[in-house]
Design a protein around this ligand. Structure first.
Ligand SMILES: CC[C@@H](C(=O)O)C(=O)SCCNC(=O)CCNC(=O)[C@H](O)C(C)(C)COP(=O)(O)OP(=O)(O)OC[C@H]1O[C@@H](n2cnc3c(N)ncnc32)[C@H](O)[C@@H]1OP(=O)(O)O
Ligand SMILES: [Co+2]
Length: 139
């Protein structure tokens, strides 16, 4: 079962400018900046109540974010939900007929294991499952 909305992922061209904008918009500074080489992204996280805003900028030409921004405008890129047992949820979703984008959970940002559901099987929304595997920098 999915728990809380863990984060909204926003694709941006200029991470520094977007960070300044969201610092003003949310009235608070981000709690973390992290490079995730496996995804080819730089991320910045803001805590908003029990959820987070994840700003994402591509750092390589083959990054999902770089490709996305080559076709689409900046904005909401994915919706991420916290799950207690990611492998059990992946198995459940496979049995329900959803298309998963990875066979095994992979390391995401902020001490998480993550898995993506293809937007074509989720009503046009890229869905991310997240399981916390270590201390986060902010709760
Ligand atoms: C930092 C780590 C982690 C975290 O811890 O939080 C992250 O958040 S990493 C975020 C970046 N990584 C990913 O997004 C990985 C998963 N994504 C993918 O594997 C791909 O992006 C994709 C979803 C499979 C799309 O790739 P591809 O098929 O090569 O691109 P196309 O442009 O051909 O798209 C096909 C089809 O899908 C639509 N699409 C693509 N991206 C999205 C999206 N984010 N939301 C909704 N729809 C999306 C795209 O419009 C195409 O549709 P049609 O044009 O109708 O065919
Ligand atoms: Co994400």
């Amino acid at each position: 079962m999915f728990a809380n909305l863990e984060h909204l992922g926003l694709a941006v061209h200029d991470l520094e400018a977007a960070t300044a904008l969201y610092t003003t918009l949310l009235g608070q500074a981000p709690y973390k900046k992290e490079h995730v080489a496996s995804e080819g992204v730089d991320t910045v996280f803001f805590q908003v109540g029990g959820s987070k805003i994840e700003l994402l900028a591509g750092t390589t030409p083959d990054s999902a974010i770089t490709k996305y921004l080559g076709k689409k405008p900046e904005g909401i890129h994915h919706v991420a939900f916290e799950v207690a047992d990611i492998r059990a949820e992946m198995q459940r979703l496979r049995q329900e007929g959803f298309t998963l984008l990875n066979e095994e959970p992979k390391r995401g940002a902020d001490n998480k294991l993550v898995c993506f559901v293809h937007p074509k099987s989720a009503a046009g929304v890229l869905v991310e499952l997240c399981q916390t595997i270590g201390p986060t920098d902010h709760e």
